[in-house]
Design a protein around this ligand. Structure first.
Ligand SMILES: [Zn+2]
Length: 137
């Protein structure tokens, strides 16, 4: 399978394709925290429901990333990328939900969070963020 990578310069050995898992693609959001001054990935991970779909307790990718940045981005160099993969390894865009958008604004990362759409890097903040699905359950 050809897993689509991010359109970013990254140092050797920091490929993110290892995060790919076809079994969780329907629900998982992937993220990296990227140091733009030296093109390195400093943190990466996956957000997925915790097996309790009726509870609002799953932590979104943006939250995981922003927590990391808040703690470690002392020099203000980090940016965040979030995305989804479909089962055949193609990247799909992922926009922040309403709750994450508030969080991102609070920490001043509005201009530092991106997603990938058709190979292009675009803002992950939309004008009309959706309420998190789990809010409705
Ligand atoms: Zn969210």
């Amino acid at each position: 399978m050809n897993i689509e990578g991010l359109p970013l310069k990254v140092k050797t050995g920091e490929y993110i394709n290892k995060l790919f898992d076809a079994n969780i693609c329907d629900v998982a959001v992937f993220f990296i925290v990227y140091n733009k001054t030296n093109n390195s990935i400093v943190y990466k991970g996956i957000s997925r429901p915790n097996g309790l779909p009726r509870q609002r307790s799953s932590i979104h990718a943006e939250e995981l990333a922003i927590r990391y940045c808040y703690k470690y981005d002392i020099r203000n160099r980090y940016i965040i990328y979030i995305w989804k993969w479909n089962r055949s390894g193609k990247i799909k865009s992922k926009f922040c939900c309403e709750r994450c958008t508030l969080l991102i604004n609070k920490f001043n990362y509005k201009d530092k969070i991106f997603t990938i759409d058709k190979g292009n890097i675009i803002s992950a903040i939309s004008n009309n963020p959706l309420k998190s699905l789990s809010y409705f359950i």
